[in-house]
Write a protein that binds this ligand. Structure first.
Ligand SMILES: [Zn+2]
Length: 81
């Protein structure tokens, strides 16, 4: 009984599977949404991509409003000396 269950599980695992990050159930790798909880991996991927873009924007703003003024100020201070 135990062995049969294991064999079934192995056969089940032969299909490309991935673990759902929300409910930890194994779902088919090609699945668009988790069949257990409806989790959509593409949705998270989009959110992560949006976050990466937001981080890039933050770095750009930091460069414009901190690094460049600091460089200009440093240059100005050196020029005054
Ligand atoms: Zn799930």
């Amino acid at each position: 009984m135990q062995r049969a269950a294991g064999e079934f599980y192995d056969g089940f695992m032969a299909a490309p599977m991935k673990q759902c990050p929300r409910c930890a159930e194994m779902v088919l790798a090609e699945a668009v949404a988790c069949r257990f909880c409806g989790y959509d991996p593409a949705e998270i991927e989009r959110a992560q991509r949006a976050e990466a873009v937001a981080n890039d924007r933050w770095v750009t703003l930091l460069l414009i409003f901190v690094v460049i003024p600091a460089a200009v100020l440093a240059g100005w201070l050196l020029f005054l000396r």
